[in-house]
Design a protein around this ligand. Structure first.
Ligand code: URP
Ligand code: ZN
Ligand code: ZN
Length: 455
């Protein structure tokens, strides 16, 4: 593989943010520093005026998710392709806990599904669901860890799918096992009894707008409080996925005051979209779980980002086509989820431009370094350290453009951020030393993405 020399960029990871050259050889970062000499045959890229960043990580995706009698529309090749246009070279997707399979079988099933389709690297959060919970979980987790998966995903809702672990003792047991094994429990937080009670007494309609009222922010706060209490008892950290509300953030703050290590993730949609989107003819396109909230929640989440209260921004990319989404206008049956991997970084860079107190280094932390560290794939991923995987993004901060359904690559055929003016564009994406996107042209190859073991 020929070497690549990237010259004159502003090289930014968690250790440095300075003008430098980056030399890539044999898929690894070979050198970082001023004035590196090119040799004959080197591919030289001039990155003057651009940022040179570690490959981005979308730590929460659902590519090819089979659920509710359908499948999400971005397959593994399509998910990989749209990701690299957004500078993402690694995703953390999910292995469902399949009915009739233990955790290891479930993991192998998902890895097998992904291996021929992924053109970028990936690792997995392993779901641990109520339907499969039994007293062998401790030994299953040991085997899972030995196979390179150390992050678990649990739900406080979705009783009808069997995801919910209802018994508090089981949850405590899970957290204690996670602590024993150094594994991280990530949790979808919506308190099911509250949602069921609201639903049982509901006199309103089931339009998309009602989705937000049927699954209120208070249910998120309450679930975080509940899981946090169990995590505190087990003396085990908690990772809250897709925090959507001020109420949820307040519950995280309270747990931190009590001494719990809580890692918090949010998404661009909870920063930039509010529940006014749930009215009108396209309302179904904006249904996801947890639902969009108030503008004041957007502001609280944004302030939380600026205040360093969130460690990770990821997207919960769970895309359906316009046709799939609009096939129902009943919020109980609209397929939940929206696309977002591709739009993530330009939206966040635009936010950073509007809030100059936020540095590029902090932004890279949220979408690359921190998830790499938390999910055990650092420094191979999430850094530009010499000797690590040459996953590199060259980002031009200058272009000003507008997101539209026509200039993104998801098979969903729409972007929830249609009409958003954004700052900057990913010019080149490099995966382990190979250019897989350059100037709008895609060179990724399905099957060349690797499963990355967590350590
Ligand atoms: O609506 C969403 N977010 N769908 C994906 C599954 C989940 O709960 O994260
Ligand atoms: Zn979720
Ligand atoms: Zn999700």
């Amino acid at each position: 593989m020929s070497r690549i020399l990237i010259r004159n960029g502003i090289v930014t990871d968690d250790r440095i943010s300075e003008k430098a050259d980056v030399l890539i050889s044999d898929g690894k970062i070979e050198a970082v520093g001023p004035c590196i000499e090119a040799c004959d045959g080197d591919k030289v890229i001039d990155a003057s005026g651009m940022y040179v960043l570690p490959g981005l990580i979308d730590a929460h995706t659902h590519y090819h998710l089979v659920s509710r009698g359908t499948v999400t529309c971005d397959s593994f090749p399509e998910g990989s392709r749209l990701a690299v246009f957004g500078g993402v070279t690694t995703v953390v997707d999910f292995a469902d806990h399949n009915k009739g399979q233990d955790l290891l079988q479930s993991l192998d099933y998902r890895k097998d599904e992904m291996k021929d389709g992924m053109a970028i690297d990936y690792t997995l959060h392993q779901g641990v669901y109520g339907h499969g919970y039994n007293n062998t979980i401790g030994s299953q987790l040991e085997k899972l860890k030995a196979k390179g998966v150390k992050t678990l995903k649990i739900f406080t809702t979705y009783r009808n799918t069997g995801y919910l672990i209802e018994n508090r003792d089981d949850l405590l047991d899970l957290f204690k096992n996670a602590r024993r094994l150094g594994m991280l429990v990530t949790a979808h937080c919506e308190f099911n009894p509250m949602i069921e009670e609201i639903s049982a007494n509901w006199k309103g309609d089931f339009s998309p707008a009602s989705h937000a009222l049927l699954r209120p922010a208070e249910a998120e706060g309450k679930a975080i409080e509940l899981f946090g209490g169990i995590a505190l008892e087990a003396d085990c950290p908690l990772y809250v996925v897709h925090c959507s509300s001020e109420c949820g953030l307040n519950a995280i703050r309270e747990l931190r005051r009590k001494g719990l290590m809580v890692y918090a993730e949010t998404t661009p949609h909870y920063m930039f979209l509010d529940r006014s989107k749930l009215s009108g003819k396209d309302a179904s396109l904006y249904v996801m779980t947890p639902p969009l909230r108030e503008k004041s929640d957007n502001k609280a989440i944004q302030d939380g980002i600026l205040g360093g209260e969130f460690q990770v921004v990821a997207t919960d990319h769970c895309a359906f086509t316009r046709e799939q989404k609009l096939s129902s206008s009943d919020c109980r049956t609209i397929y939940p989820g929206i696309p977002g991997t591709e739009e993530m970084f330009v939206l966040l860079n635009t936010f950073r431009d509007d809030h100059p107190q936020m540095t590029m280094q902090e932004l890279v932390g949220l979408v690359s370094t921190n998830p790499a560290k938390l999910f055990g794939i650092y420094p191979e991923k999430g850094s530009l350290e010499v000797g690590t995987d040459a996953d590199v993004v060259i980002f031009d901060p200058s272009p000003r453009w507008t997101l539209s359904d026509d200039n993104v690559h998801s098979a969903s055929d729409y972007t929830p951020y249609r009409g958003f003016g954004v700052h900057g564009k990913v010019r080149t994406t490099i995966l382990r030393g190979k250019v897989i996107m350059d100037d709008g042209k895609y060179y990724g190859v399905p099957g060349e993405g690797r499963f990355i073991e967590q350590h």
